[in-house]
Write a protein that binds this ligand. Structure first.
Ligand code: CTP
Ligand code: MG
Length: 216
């Protein structure tokens, strides 16, 4: 991704309520903050923009422009998009600190070719629709994928998708679904197990282990 003309947008304005340790951006794992880990995949990007929780002090020494996030992830991304100056964007959650440069490259390549691309993984577990407290119908997992970040888009397309969502009152947990709601296809590329999302306290020992492996 050397000298690559892409704006990397990092929504990092969440409060990490399920984790219960404050905003994830500033949480330390293996001697680095999750924000520092997250930025490692994008060192060659021409522009990096980070949305922080309102009132948060921008951390020193990072090659990034900081701005204030919104009340939801979607609002934070919308603000980042306004500030983006390049025709391609990669949107990446700070909650996924261990995305590799290869993953970023793969997504960017597909986004450049198609306008919108996201990494996905097969579902390893059996899936079931519970019937009350009981085991119900099994959902064929072969038909499903887990969606990750970074997600790549033509900047103009994602701006249009966010504007459309705002007008329609659509709320989404990622950006690809807004592009699809607008009627545009989103390409799938192969995701990465290590780019898992840190959500619950139980995810932290795993993060520590990956951090150790990556440091060594
Ligand atoms: N995010 C954001 N602005 C918000 C809410 C979330 O930029 N108002 C970001 C988070 O920082 C995170 C990503 O969206 O990188 C995915 O959100 P999630 O994993 O839910 O993180 P949090 O919202 O921080 O956690 P929680 O929902 O447990 O409070
Ligand atoms: Mg959240």
């Amino acid at each position: 991704m050397r000298g690559v003309e892409v704006s990397v947008l990092i929504p990092a304005a969440g409060n990490g309520e399920r984790l219960g340790l404050g905003p994830k951006a500033f949480l330390r794992v293996g001697g680095k903050t999750l924000l520092e880990w997250s930025l490692l995949a994008f060192q060659e990007a021409a522009e990096v923009l980070v949305a922080l929780p309102p009132g948060a002090e921008p951390p020193p020494g990072l090659r990034a422009v900081f701005l204030e996030g919104g009340r939801t992830r979607q609002e934070s991304v919308a603000r980042l998009l306004e500030a983006a100056s390049l025709p391609l964007v990669l949107v990446h959650d700070v909650a996924r600190p261990f995305a590799s440069p290869a993953l970023a490259e793969r997504v960017l390549e597909a986004a450049r070719a198609t306008g919108a691309a996201v990494p996905v993984l097969p579902v390893p577990d059996t899936l079931v629709r519970p019937e009350g407290e009981a085991y119900g119908e099994v959902v064929p997992r072969e038909a499903l994928r887990l969606v990750q970040t970074p997600q790549g888009f033509f900047t103009a397309l994602l701006r249009e998708a966010h504007a459309y969502a705002r007008k329609r009152g659509l709320a989404a947990t990622d950006d690809a679904q807004l592009v699809r709601a607008l009627g545009y296809p989103v390409a799938l590329v192969e995701g990465e197990r290590t780019a898992f999302k840190i959500t619950y306290p139980e995810d932290l020992p795993l993060a520590e282990a990956v951090a150790k492996a990556w440091s060594g």
